[in-house]
Design a protein. Structure first.
Length: 367
């Protein structure tokens, strides 16, 4: 099947494949999100999960309602997704709710009521990622909170992200030791309506070995739901790079070992399209999938032949050397090369990246 055909929007979106806007730093613009509400279902994706770490009303200030203007934007985004046949979800991270939960419970249920009433999400995710695992009965409180939320939502799909969402040692290094039997207690106790997010052997995994996923399924008492941290670039090291390569090491067999697959994109919304277009091809083509051909087709379809050839030639600079290691001469050369095409969304983001506009958010601790 030619790669160009796979980009033509002729095959239906997969309900198990979607995007989670879940990165640190400056979130996407509302215009970019609206474009994704159209783009995703035409390229094989079935859901959009709104969970930017920048939105404090989902995290540190979860007990407060969104300001009217922001809530209106969210309402509009939920409608745009539904109008395009795309499931819309919200990721709520009730940080610190497990401390004195009896007092915090009414505010949490009020926030869930607001989400239900204003946004009517198809998917509701309860996210405990990237916060301290600082209590021995962490699993107990997270289960209590998740089940309370589940009892007050009409969302057709429920997702849960544990505080320890990978076997990567960096999580314990940054957030403290994982309580004993934490994952097993969660897996055993969590309502089976919930799928559980998992990022693989690493926070940013380059592959997902079958043996690893089977082991995780035993701990969680269900197949894991992949939270794929590619092409995201929000970490202290990663923010220096543009992850534009096609998806690789995501074989079609993952569909049998997981309950779903959510992709966390880059801070650059337009450029994220380039790798994102290739993942559904990997599932569709199986062993016939060729990442180089997939990226070539995605570049051509998105940027046209001239800019596509330029980006392809400069991939080593974007992907392997990175902004921090580029010489001043290389930066000047790249700026002059791309400046004539700055009106193109992809090129505009390359120029802003070269200008150092996508700064690292120090809240991201797991790079």
């Amino acid at each position: 099947m030619p790669y160009q055909t796979l980009l033509s929007g002729l095959y239906p979106p997969s309900p198990r494949l979607g995007l989670i806007e879940g990165f640190f730093g400056k979130g996407w613009s509302w215009e970019a999100r609206a474009r994704y509400a159209q783009w995703l279902p035409r390229h094989g994706y079935g859901f959009y999960l709104y969970a930017p770490k920048e939105d404090g009303y989902l995290r540190k200030h979860w007990a407060e309602p969104w300001p009217k203007e922001q809530l209106d934007h969210l309402r509009q985004l939920a409608q745009q997704c539904r109008d395009n046949g795309l499931a819309f979800g919200v990721g709520l991270s009730p940080m610190g709710a497990h401390h004195d939960y009896a007092h915090k419970r009414p505010a949490l249920l009020e926030k869930v009521r607001l989400i239900e009433e204003a946004l009517k999400p198809d998917i509701l995710a309860v996210l405990f990622d990237d916060m301290k695992g600082d209590t021995p009965d962490l699993a107990h409180w997270q289960l209590t909170i998740a089940h309370d939320i589940a009892a007050h939502t009409r969302a057709g799909q429920l997702l849960f992200c544990p505080s320890y969402y990978s076997t990567d040692p960096v999580l314990e290094k940054v957030f403290g030791a994982m309580p004993p039997h934490y994952l097993q207690d969660l897996g055993q106790g969590l309502d089976k309506r919930f799928d559980i997010f998992w990022t693989g052997p690493k926070v940013c995994s380059s592959d997902y070995p079958a043996a690893h996923l089977k082991q995780v399924a035993e701990w969680l008492h269900r197949k894991p739901f992949l939270w794929d941290n590619y092409p995201v670039n929000d970490g202290s090291k990663a923010s220096s790079f543009l992850h534009l390569r096609a998806f690789d090491n995501r074989p079609a067999e993952l569909a049998e070992l997981t309950s779903g697959h959510a992709v966390n994109p880059m801070k650059q919304a337009a450029l994220s399209v380039l790798p994102l277009a290739t993942l559904p091809m990997s599932y569709k083509l199986g062993k016939q999938y060729d990442p180089d051909k997939a990226l070539h087709a995605s570049l051509n379809a998105t940027c046209g032949p001239q800019i596509s050839a330029m980006i392809q030639a400069d991939l080593p600079l974007f992907l392997d050397i990175g902004l921090a290691q580029l010489t001043p001469e290389q930066i000047i050369h790249l700026k002059s090369r791309y400046l004539p095409f700055q009106d193109q969304a992809c090129v505009g983001e390359i120029l802003r990246w070269l200008a150092g506009e996508y700064v690292f958010d120090p809240d991201c601790l797991t790079d």
